[in-house]
Design a protein around this ligand. Structure first.
Ligand SMILES: Nc1ncnc2c1ncn2[C@@H]1O[C@H](COP(=O)(O)OP(=O)(O)OP(=O)(O)O)[C@@H](O)[C@H]1O
Length: 462
């Protein structure tokens, strides 16, 4: 039987040229036309297909899925995917109606392998971009905010408070022993404030001689004193205009400058040395101290009004020995930092970690950081062990022995305290500092320190 004529030769030649596969089934679901592209895509010869029912072809597995069958089942346009010879095909079957009955089903077959690959590539690229973006965000966030290790409950509490305080304009006083991270937190506050993009100026009040401090801070006018620059000089307060001024070791600020500082904190005005005209600045002040300012106030060494102005909300950074949870974090962190810095891949043995976490760290984070750098650089083997750590912290062994000894001997609290005190002062004096510097370092008055040294037969350097 001669198959019915579907279309003119002209139309047929158009379909034969199509890059998409085209298959047509008649009202029974019998395949009546297939173009060369469909043969290529389906990997069949049209002689095997033409005149056969779509359903049969599906049943015989020649078609894994027949979109024609789906169209007959639903009576509407259908789409499905198939895979042939590793190529992904998108099959679209469209019914052509005569009255209510389907007269033809027109099937379009599109090779979407490239498209899917492109989509896959795009998805992969998008994921990669997302990953890099997250990584960048993480790095910039940690750089911007400064890496602040705060695992212990005490430090977590501090961080919560600081998160709330940072964006405000409140002056902040950070108290804590030397090396606890006051500098780090001052910078963190600035980086997380509205002034983050503006200047951050730090001045160490203890490092500049008393007579220079005033001009360093407030600047001076032309010819203010002998040796002054001709055109005068801007002080650090003015340098910080718009941003944050960090006054480190504020306890070292001489009383006469405390008065000027109070005016600056309260009214944001100051008088440059040798000038008669006050200047106004827009600054936020953060101060830090390792001294007991309250005690200094009681002794008349620090202005009470300035203390209260600065200490609106006190931030006390505890020493490392009171936040053991952070020590482990710091150990991991510094190991990574110094391995990277010196190009090593050293590891720590569990025993080494135990000692590092058990030690009291009198010099706080600074001491821990120094020891970790020394361990990474000096240890010859790839694993830093117990002996390496004991060598780096000789005090650890001594303290341990002493502790054990005290308990063995059933020492009284009084004698244990004295034994500890003696070791403590011996250790401090080994630093070879002057009496004044030592007293400042450990927060004692010179006279008390002298008395203690005498008691234990120790001598200061001077
Ligand atoms: N939370 C922290 N995260 C990362 N590094 C820290 C942290 N705290 C302290 N450090 C590091 O420890 C060292 C000492 O910190 P910092 O200088 O801030 O202490 P400080 O309390 O200001 O000391 P000082 O009173 O002697 O000025 C620095 O190298 C600092 O980078």
């Amino acid at each position: 039987m001669k198959p019915p004529t579907l279309f003119s030769e002209d139309w047929k030649s158009f379909l034969e040229m199509s890059y998409d596969g085209i298959v047509i089934a008649n009202h029974e679901g019998r395949i009546v036309y297939m173009n060369p592209a469909a043969e290529r895509l389906e990997e069949v010869k049209k002689e095997e297909i033409l005149g056969r029912m779509a359903k049969e072809l599906e049943e015989e597995g020649i078609y894994r899925v027949s979109v024609t069958v789906k169209v007959f089942q639903s009576g509407k346009k259908e789409t499905c995917m198939d895979i042939k010879g590793g190529r992904q095909l998108l099959l679209t079957g469209i019914p052509v109606f005569e009255g209510d009955a389907i007269k033809w089903v027109y099937v379009n077959e599109r090779d979407i392998t490239e498209l899917m690959k492109m989509r896959e590539d795009e998805k992969h690229m998008r994921e990669q971009v997302k990953h890099y973006k997250e990584e960048l965000d993480r790095i910039t966030a940690s750089e911007k905010q400064g890496l602040v290790i705060a695992k212990s409950p005490k430090m977590k509490q501090n961080m919560e408070l600081l998160k709330r305080l940072a964006p405000t304009e409140t002056s902040i006083l950070i108290e804590g022993e030397s090396g606890v991270g006051k500098d780090v937190f001052a910078r963190w506050i600035h980086d997380n404030s509205m002034r983050a993009e503006l200047s951050y100026v730090k001045i160490d009040c203890g490092a500049i001689s008393e007579n220079l401090l005033e001009s360093e801070l407030f600047g001076y006018e032309e010819g203010a004193f002998t040796g002054a620059r001709k055109q005068g000089k801007k002080g650090l307060v003015e340098e910080a205009n718009g941003g944050t001024l960090f006054l480190d070791e504020i306890g070292e600020l001489p009383l006469n400058l405390q008065t000027k500082m109070l005016r600056l904190v309260q009214e944001k005005v100051f008088l440059p040395v040798g000038s008669t005209t006050e200047k106004m600045v827009d600054i936020r002040i953060i101060a830090a101290t390792n001294k007991n300012l309250k005690e200094m106030v009681l002794k008349g060494k620090f202005r009470q009004d300035l203390y209260y102005r600065l200490n609106v909300i006190p931030i006390k950074l505890p020493p490392l020995r009171e936040r053991k949870e952070d020590v482990f974090e710091f150990v991991q962190y510094f190991l990574k930092v110094y391995n990277r810095k010196h190009g090593y891949r050293k590891r720590l043995s569990p025993e080494a970690v135990h000692i590092l976490c058990d030690y009291e760290w009198p010099g706080n984070v600074r001491e821990l950081s120094n020891i970790m750098e020394r361990l990474v650089v000096v240890t010859p083997s790839p694993v830093i062990g117990e002996d390496d750590v004991l060598l780096a912290i000789p005090d650890y062994q001594a303290i341990k022995l002493q502790r054990a000894d005290m308990i063995e001997k059933g020492m009284t609290h009084q004698s244990a305290m004295e034994a500890f005190e003696e070791t403590y002062f011996r250790y401090i004096m080994e630093k070879g500092l002057t009496l004044k510097k030592t007293a400042d370092l450990i927060g004692l008055s010179e006279s008390t320190l002298k008395r203690k040294l005498k008691k234990y037969g120790l001598r200061p350097r001077d």
